[in-house]
Design a protein around this ligand. Structure first.
Ligand SMILES: C[S@@+](CC[C@H](N)C(=O)[O-])C[C@H]1O[C@@H](n2cnc3c(N)ncnc32)[C@H](O)[C@@H]1O
Length: 220
């Protein structure tokens, strides 16, 4: 199955070299003005974390796969809510290094495990109660295989975010990121509904959170 091949090496390098900058959105090691910008223009990044925790409930004792886990903040939040195990995978080594550091500092490394991997590296028959892919679909021009694979690994739920195409920020982000070597893709509501259905998922929750669609689906 062809999942990540379409995601160029260029994208992986982009995320690798911007890991520290990305992490600072969560860690707030920024000037007051930069923090204000994040809270004004990236409020949905925090909204999608709340959404994920809410839709994952009850978290206690459950297993999670976080695809495109970045610097591990979702894994940490989920572990703190009592998850049994969280596996975070990301193709950018610097993201994984930061995630490992975050989790070790929080004393949660017995629950969270991070790997420099893509979804193709997860054995096909391995299942998790919940699979999440937050801020991931943005980087797939043809996400069908990824979504099929994500649903295959979920026993109970899949929680995803999709950047909306009809927002003022979409073209600005497209141009800004493509200049920096990272292609980004956007979705409308019917794309999202169709992609989830075609990938073996049944949509059970659909929300607009700022410039995102956030969805919860179940494997059928
Ligand atoms: C916007 S960040 C989101 C990180 C995290 N989910 C969060 O919301 O804090 C996107 C992440 O997806 C990772 N990524 C993109 N395409 C990927 C792929 N094909 N396989 C694994 N990771 C990928 C990037 O390296 C990056 O860390």
């Amino acid at each position: 199955m062809h999942v990540t091949g379409q995601n160029s090496e260029k994208q992986r390098h982009y995320w690798d070299r911007t890991a520290e900058d990305f992490d600072s959105i969560y860690t707030k090691q920024k000037s007051k003005f930069a923090r204000w910008l994040d809270h004004t223009f990236r409020a949905d990044m925090f909204g999608r974390l709340d959404y994920t925790l809410l839709q994952s409930a009850p978290i206690q004792g459950r297993t999670f796969l976080d695809v495109g886990c970045g610097t591990g903040h979702y894994a940490l939040a989920i572990a703190r809510e009592g998850a049994q195990k969280v596996i975070g995978i990301d193709f950018a080594p610097n993201m994984i290094q930061r995630a490992e550091h975050l989790i070790a500092e929080a004393g949660m490394d017995h629950i969270c495990e991070f790997r420099v991997q893509t979804i193709e590296d997860i054995p096909e028959n391995e299942q998790f109660d919940i699979v999440i892919g937050i801020g991931l679909l943005d980087y797939f021009s043809r996400p069908s295989d990824l979504l099929r694979r994500i649903h295959q690994h979920a026993r109970d739920k899949v929680i995803l975010s999709f950047p909306r195409s009809n927002t003022w920020r979409a073209p600005v982000r497209k141009v800004r990121l493509s200049f920096r070597g990272c292609d980004v893709y956007f979705y409308n509501e019917s794309d999202v509904r169709r992609l989830i259905e075609e990938s073996g998922g049944q949509l059970i929750d659909f929300q607009i959170i700022g410039k995102l669609f956030c969805t919860t689906s179940q494997p059928v």
